[in-house]
Design a protein around this ligand. Structure first.
Ligand SMILES: [Zn+2]
Length: 275
């Protein structure tokens, strides 16, 4: 796993500008990325204690900054702070802050093991489509009640067929009144929907292992930079963390390379075809 902190030149300029104005005073904030993205593209400034060479901010200030990010559809991926004119490193207080704040952000950065990549029929009324972040979109047939009663026949896919598609296309699901077409990893599964049945969908996470990388960046007025990456690993609900040194890579906007690993529902092309 590459642990480098990738940050856009624009986000880095914003931090440098805040640090220049604060000068001797300590300032800090949050690092944020697009949902599913890997590169820090956005920052928020926190109200922090303004003298010591350590990152301290009240939980309320952190929450306000995280809310401001959420309003812009940005997810928190770490923290940054300035040491003013002093050298860049993590103090004991910084390390404590990292372990206090960063694990709470892991949910936004989890990457899961892709155990299955192709869509599959799991039962007579269910099918799954793996998404690019390792979670599954689960489709279930729901039958409408027999008129005049509240009983319903269990619904069954009327017909299932498999076809092949070019690999490399984003996972997609296409639903019409009569069929559901699931495509990923070069496989197309076409399911015929019986009359009097509807298709429900929800996202499920069956990964047993997931891992997130979160960052703490320290800067100063001389534009020195120092970062560490907190790797949060969750195996069946047991979470472990490991803090490792990492490079800081300033990348140009549009070159973040995030297109390769967009995650979450945004990456799933969901088309409602005309009946
Ligand atoms: Zn510090």
């Amino acid at each position: 796993m590459n642990t480098a902190l990738k940050i856009t030149a624009g986000a880095m300029r914003q931090i440098d500008a805040v640090v220049r104005v604060a000068d001797l005073a300590e300032c800090m904030g949050l690092l944020g990325s697009e949902p599913g993205g890997d590169t820090v593209t956005s920052i928020e400034v926190l109200r922090a204690r303004a003298t010591a060479a350590s990152a301290e901010a009240s939980p309320l200030a952190v929450k306000r900054a995280a809310d401001a990010m959420a309003a812009r559809a940005i997810v928190p991926r770490g923290i940054w702070h300035s040491h003013g004119r002093l050298d860049v490193f993590h103090s004991g207080t910084d390390i404590a802050t990292i372990h206090r704040l960063l694990p709470t952000m892991a949910m936004h950065g989890y990457v899961r093991d892709l155990s299955t990549a192709a869509p599959a029929v799991e039962g007579r009324d269910t099918a799954v489509l793996p998404m690019s972040d390792g979670r599954l979109m689960l489709f279930t047939l729901v039958s409408e009640p027999i008129p005049g009663t509240d009983l319903s026949e269990p619904a069954t896919w009327t017909r299932v067929s498999v076809d092949y598609a070019p690999t490399g296309a984003e996972p997609s699901a296409e639903l019409s009144a009569k069929s559901l077409r699931l495509m990923s990893a070069g496989v197309i599964v076409l399911l015929e929907v019986p009359p009097c049945a509807a298709v429900e969908r929800r996202i499920v996470d069956r990964a047993t292992m997931r891992q997130a990388r979160l960052f703490s960046l320290v800067v100063n007025t001389r534009r020195h930079r120092y970062a560490q990456c907190l790797v949060v690993t969750d195996v069946d609900g047991d979470t472990t963390t490991k803090l490792v040194d990492c490079e800081v890579e300033v990348v140009n906007e549009g070159q973040s390379g995030d297109m390769d690993h967009q995650a979450g529902e945004q990456s799933l092309e969901w088309v409602l075809a005309p009946a």
